[in-house]
Design a protein around this ligand. Structure first.
Ligand code: HEC
Ligand code: HEC
Length: 171
């Protein structure tokens, strides 16, 4: 072996051990706080909103049609279109708003509930689909549960918070 190739070998060995050192001493992915990886949720923007009055107004506007499918009574309903219109309002109030600890304006423009302007509305639709998949395609087929009726809903994860916890420290 020539001196030159020895020098090359030594240089290569040195760089390999340097890389190994960096890999060993670099922080492992689990030591990075999860919070740093997840963007902050958007707070509810419209503070002076009277939720009871808004619900009463919508109830008045659909009077006599409460048992018709929500898809017929309202304008932009996709997932919940088969649900009676009156029940959709209860889902909005107790399922969606209370589960996340927000009022209607987190997902809706107070002047126009059919509007798609707020991104949270579409997120909520996608969450509904996810929830159905976890319940139906995963929990429902989990043999080890022995046919127990296991479900997840918005409250399972959100527990009154916009952003579900990923650890037991206060958010
Ligand atoms: C977490 C988000 C979220 C919150 C909070 C929420 N909604 Fe909704 N709302 C939705 C989504 C999503 C739809 C559409 C459902 C679908 O496509 O199946 C919807 C649809 C509606 C509609 C039908 C509008 C139309 O004409 O298409 C009404 C009315 C409504 N919500 C009322 C309310 C009221 C009243 C509240 C507060 C008590 C509320 N919502 C809170 C997400 C939300
Ligand atoms: C399996 C757990 C899980 C379930 C069930 C779930 N969510 Fe979520 N949701 C999340 C996570 C995780 C996020 C992202 C939070 C973040 O920004 O870090 C989120 C975010 C959201 C957001 C965006 C909040 C914001 O403004 O930043 C909305 C709206 C939402 N969920 C609505 C719902 C609704 C409505 C349901 C029930 C139909 C639901 N979620 C069910 C886990 C869940």
């Amino acid at each position: 072996m020539t001196n030159l190739s020895r020098a090359k070998l030594a240089a290569a060995a040195l760089s390999v051990s340097l890389i190994a050192c960096i890999l060993v001493f670099a922080p492992s992915p689990t030591s990075i706080a999860f919070a740093e990886l997840v963007p902050e949720p958007t707070p509810t923007p419209e503070a002076a909103f009277d939720q009871e009055a808004a619900i009463a107004k919508i109830r008045e506007s659909i009077k006599g049609r409460e048992n018709e499918p929500a898809g017929k009574v309202f304008k932009n309903v996709e997932n919940l279109s088969e649900m009676p219109a009156g029940r959709l309002l209860a889902v909005m109030q107790f399922g969606y708003s209370r589960s996340l600890g927000v009022d209607c304006t987190h997902c809706h423009s107070a002047e126009n509930f059919a509007s798609e302007a707020k991104p949270q509305k579409q997120i909520a639709r996608d969450m509904h689909v996810m929830m159905g998949k976890i319940t139906g395609e995963m929990l429902g087929k989990m043999e080890s549960l022995g046919g127990r009726q296991a479900i997840v809903n918005c409250t399972t994860c959100h527990r009154g918070q916009i952003k579900p916890a990923t650890n037991l420290q206060p958010n």
